[in-house]
Design a protein around this ligand. Structure first.
Ligand code: C2E
Ligand code: CA
Ligand code: CA
Length: 297
């Protein structure tokens, strides 16, 4: 190995170690905030939920991206504490909204080690018992990595379903889940990865896969959320293919809670919350407004 390569490897591992140290301090100080990215029902245009995405603002005013610090947290056994902070923040932020609209949900990302251990479930149930939020309103997103220990994943997912939660498989198509494994897991929702949505109308190789993913989800009886929807063309394609829900910059980036509540109210203005969603009643104009988070999405 060349000297330059060794120096680069040494530099990268020092950076990761120092990030892990800072992460430990950030956890103690509970420096994290949660942003909420709206999830839109394609048949009505209503905002029916949001994905909770963690944000780490630093004292110097910068923000660390979750795809940088989440893997470091996973490697250094810090992820469980982050999941607990996330659960706490999500219920505190959204309980008023969720208790006023039983059809609304918030999806929380659960790391593979948490899916394997199931450790977060009693933490979530305890927090929910102190609020008016129904377990059905908290969806749990797990990636295919979380299913590597299939027996452990099955136990946790069953327990989460029994507690009333909906379970989504995240980033679908980017891992190695076999169809036979998916058939044996009690899942509710499949999230089509952004790369497949992005390919619609562009990348011939990837876009031929997208209809197969949709057909497979239908075959398994799963609802579908398409991630990373950025254009009307993608939205039209997905609606036509029978995808129920969409999430992406076409509607809004991940927003601080106050802006998310404003988006939700603008989007659903004019819709009677008590009315069944299947009526196809058009949504308020808010969904087509472009919302930008005041800090990184
Ligand atoms: P993810 O679960 O796949 O989340 C979706 C990511 O796509 C988010 O990135 C979101 O901001 C981004 N996104 C959404 N719509 C669009 C779009 O239209 N175009 C583009 N280009 N991007 C879009 P974000 O927030 O940076 O999160 C990155 C990843 O970090 C997440 O990917 C998730 O794996 C992880 N993550 C975030 N919060 C948590 C958490 O609380 N716990 C765990 N375990 N992981 C988390
Ligand atoms: Ca996710
Ligand atoms: Ca995803």
């Amino acid at each position: 190995m060349s000297g330059v390569l060794i120096a680069i490897i040494g530099w990268v591992s020092r950076q990761r170690l120092s990030l892990a140290g800072e992460l430990g301090v950030g956890i103690k100080k509970r420096e994290f905030v949660v942003h909420y990215q709206p999830i839109i029902e394609l048949s009505t245009g209503r905002c029916v939920g949001a994905e909770a995405l963690l944000r780490w603002p630093r004292p110097d005013g910068s923000w660390v991206r979750p795809d940088l610090f989440i893997p470091v947290a996973e490697q250094h056994n810090l992820i469980a504490q982050i999941t607990d902070i996330m659960i706490d923040r999500v219920i505190d932020d959204t309980q008023q909204l969720l208790s006023g609209d039983a059809g609304m949900h918030i999806a929380i990302n659960i790391s593979s080690s948490d899916i394997e251990s199931g450790r977060f479930l009693p933490v979530l149930e305890e927090k929910l018992s102190l609020s008016n939020v129904r377990p059905q309103q908290i969806w749990l997103e797990a990636t295919e990595r979380g299913f590597m220990n299939a027996d452990a994943a099955r136990r946790t997912i069953r327990a989460a379903r029994e507690a009333g939660h909906q379970i989504a498989i995240d980033d679908f198509g980017t891992g190695y889940s076999s169809l036979s494994l998916l058939e044996t897991l009690p899942l509710n929702v499949l999230k089509i990865d952004r790369s497949f949505v992005n390919a619609i109308g562009h990348d011939a190789a990837l876009s031929v896969v997208t209809p197969h993913i949709i057909a497979m989800a239908h075959g398994l009886g799963l609802s579908i959320v398409a991630e990373g929807v950025e254009t009307k063309e993608q939205e039209d394609y997905l609606r036509g293919a029978g995808v129920q829900y969409a999430q992406g910059w076409h509607y809004a980036k991940a927003l601080p809670v106050k802006e998310f509540v404003e988006f939700y109210m603008g989007c659903n203005a004019g819709c009677d919350a008590a009315e069944p969603r299947e009526t196809g009643k058009p949504a308020g104009a808010g969904c087509r407004l472009s919302f930008e988070a005041s800090s990184p999405a």
